[in-house]
Each structure stands twice: as C-alpha cells, then as structure tokens.
Design a protein around this ligand. Structure first.
Ligand SMILES: [Cu+2]
Length: 400
C-alpha cells in the first residue's frame, strides 16, 4: 500500500507540472504513460502470479539461512507453512508424505505379487492347502528329517515394478523374487523344475550339492518345454539364494530369475524371533541398456514406503537379507534409529557385528536381528542415495 501512496504522490506532482507546462505536453505525456505502465506491471502481475509451494518454502526458510542460527522463527515458519499448506491433511499420513517426497504417483495392483505377503511366505505357506499341495509336499524320513519336494517352473511374465511401470520379466512360478524355499539343516530337498519359458534356464543353488546338481554348465541347461529334478541335502544352515545360471548370466539374473533359500540350524541356540522377514534387494534395467532404472526391496519400488511394515516395540525381528542387484557393484541396507546384530550368511550363531548398515556385493546375504525401542515410523533404505531415490526405501511402523 505504501508504494501506491508514493506513486499517487509522484503522479500528483507530475500532473501539477503538466498544468504548469502546457507548452511542453509531449514529454510529460510520455512520463505519464511510463508511470501507468510501471503501476500496471507492478500490481497487475502480482495479482495473476500464483504463489507456488516453492515460493512459500523460500519465504519460510528466510529465518533459517544461518546454520548456527537458533532463531525460533525458523521452526515456527515451517510449522506454519505445513499447517497452512493445501496438503496439510496429507502430512498426517505417512503414505502420502512418502508419495510427495519421493515422487511416487498412483497405486499398485496386487493381482500379480504382494510384497507384504512375500515377507513371510516360504514353502508356499501363503497358499490355501489344496493349492499349496500342487507346489509343495513334505514327507517324513526315517531319521526324522523331512523330504521337501517343490514344483517350480520358469515362465516369461510382465510384472509391475513401480505404479504403472511394467517389466518383461523371466520368473520362477510367475513371481519375482521366486517363492522362498526353506528347510532345516539335513532335510532332503527335491525340486521338480520345468521350463515353460522361451530361453534355456536352470536353478543354481548356493550351498552344498554334487556337481551334477549345480545347474551352471551348458549341458545342465533346461531347454524350453524340458524338465529336470534337482536333489540335495539342505546344508549348511544360513541364508542363501538360488538363481538361474544360464547365459548371458547377467541377463538371466537381471530379468528376475532368483529367490531366497533359507536353511535353519538343526540345533538353534539363538533366541526365537517374534517375526521373520525375507528381503531381497533387487533392481530392474527397464530400457535394457545394462544399467538399472528402478531399485527396490522385494521388487516393487517404494512399496514399503507406501505400505509400512508393521512390527511391535521390543519384539525380535529377524530379517533374511539378500542382495541380487545386477550391474551395480555394491548395495547396502541401512536402518534408522536402532542397531542390529548381523550374522553374515547366517552360517554361525554368534553375530559378527552390531551396526546399522550392511554393505553387500551381488550374491551376498546376512541375517539381521532387529529390535525397536520406541513406537514410531522408522525408515530403512539403501545408503546409496541414488538407489533410495529410485525406489529402494521403506518404513517400519512400530507400535506398542
Ligand atoms: Cu535363465
């Protein structure tokens, strides 16, 4: 308003001058036109200019420019900004906050694969009994151990890796990661594998097995329409993996042919976990240029950011963590606000370290024993920031 008064005052002076200088109307007319133009620019543009969220943020941040500054206006300005934001109701929901912060738009359909279910699904325990019996069978052996039989097939299938982003995957049993195979040390594992895909595939397991069960040599490739039965004892205990070992290997892995293989110790001296979760860190080369564009834990980018994993305060959470990311030399898992015992490869029952970050090259894995001290939302993510921003982050929602 001050500016309007000033301009009015100047205008009045000038009009007065016009009266006194009627002999020189032309230059004064130009001056008047300039004033009118200036006023129009100054106020008309202000009226039509939309004040963006970014502008408001800059306004709020003016109290916070000095890092050593303890000006309480800094915090107040952001609180005010947040409360007056048209997105205020969104801030109340972690899901929407995550969407705004990380740019995820849209929703996932769960028709093909449910990452929440995958966390605790092994030996097809997520299927109703009749359906399960098509893929898994247990038979007691003379020594008390189990014969565990699996029916696994390879299949080409398009999968959704980010809302609305589909990837032409090669899968085991139509999902990425494959269904988890879990046994106790000393059990006999028998896998009836059929290739329903269009390329030669295999199942190569980490762990002890005879050479002819390795699934890595050209003579061991299972061609489209063919079958092979893998058989070996579950040994050693730990968190392992299996993947296709056909060639080119990087293509057969990055297309999605991998899964978790967990062997529990026969004599487990560790405390029993309250909750066990399988997490496979993976990534997708969506434009087939030999680099990844989408990163995740259990395939769907930001899934656990949009749908936090619910756990209880103080309970023991045991994470079976695997890194299968192709093309990038290193990946990591970092958890906020707590530390965990790490059992590297899970092959010993004493933890190797107590930390909040694990780094892994492709094929490495670990068991992590986690507890949260307080209720709240706790982030977990790759500490490679680029991977986190491209999908590899999530939340634990801890309740009393
Ligand atoms: Cu393959």
């Amino acid at each position: 308003m001050g500016n309007i008064k000033l301009i009015t005052a100047i205008s009045l002076i000038l009009i007065d001058k016009i009266k006194n200088n009627l002999k020189k109307p032309v230059p004064l007319l130009i001056i008047l036109l300039l004033i009118a133009g200036f006023a129009t620019l100054k106020y008309a543009t202000k009226d039509v200019k939309a004040e963006t969220e970014f502008d408001k943020m800059k306004e709020a941040a003016k109290y916070c420019t000095n890092p050593a500054d303890t000006d309480p206006k800094c915090l107040e300005s952001f609180v005010e900004l947040r409360e007056n934001s048209p997105y205020a109701s969104h801030y109340k929901s972690v899901q929407q906050t995550a969407q705004e912060k990380f740019g995820v738009v849209g929703n996932y359909t769960l028709e093909d694969f449910d990452p929440m279910e995958y966390l605790t699904a092994w030996n097809f325990n997520n299927l109703p009994p009749e359906e399960r019996s098509k893929y898994y069978k247990e038979t007691k052996r003379a020594d008390g151990s189990l014969l565990r039989e699996y029916w696994i097939y390879a299949e080409d299938k398009e999968i959704e890796i980010a809302p609305g982003v589909f990837f032409p995957a090669w899968t085991y049993n139509g999902q990425v990661p494959a269904p988890t195979i879990r046994a106790t040390e000393g059990d006999l594992i028998r896998i009836h594998f059929t290739n329903k895909g269009t390329k030669p595939h295999t199942m190569h397991f980490h762990g002890f097995h005879p050479a002819e069960m390795d699934g890595a040599m050209t003579q061991e490739f299972v061609y489209p329409g063919k079958s092979f039965t893998y058989e070996f004892e579950a040994d050693p205990y730990g968190v392992h993996l299996f993947h296709c070992h056909s060639v080119p290997l990087k293509q057969h892995i990055s297309k999605g042919l991998y899964g978790a293989y967990i062997v529990d110790p026969k004599n487990d001296t560790r405390q029993k976990a309250d909750k066990e979760l399988v997490m496979v860190m993976n990534a997708f080369d969506t434009n087939l240029d030999g680099g990844n564009e989408v990163y995740a834990v259990n395939t769907k980018a930001f899934y656990y950011a949009l749908n936090p994993i619910k756990v209880k305060k103080g309970e023991l959470i045991r994470i079976y963590l695997i890194n299968i990311v192709e093309f990038d030399p290193i990946n990591s898992f970092h958890l906020h606000a707590t530390f965990f015992d790490e059992y590297r490869t899970g092959t010993k029952q004493e933890p190797n370290t107590y930390t909040d970050i694990v780094s892994m090259v492709q094929g490495e894995r670990s068991i992590l024993d986690v507890r949260f001290k307080w209720p709240g939302m706790y982030m977990f993510h790759a500490h490679v920031s680029e991977f986190a921003e491209l999908g590899w982050m999530g939340f634990f929602e801890v309740t009393e």
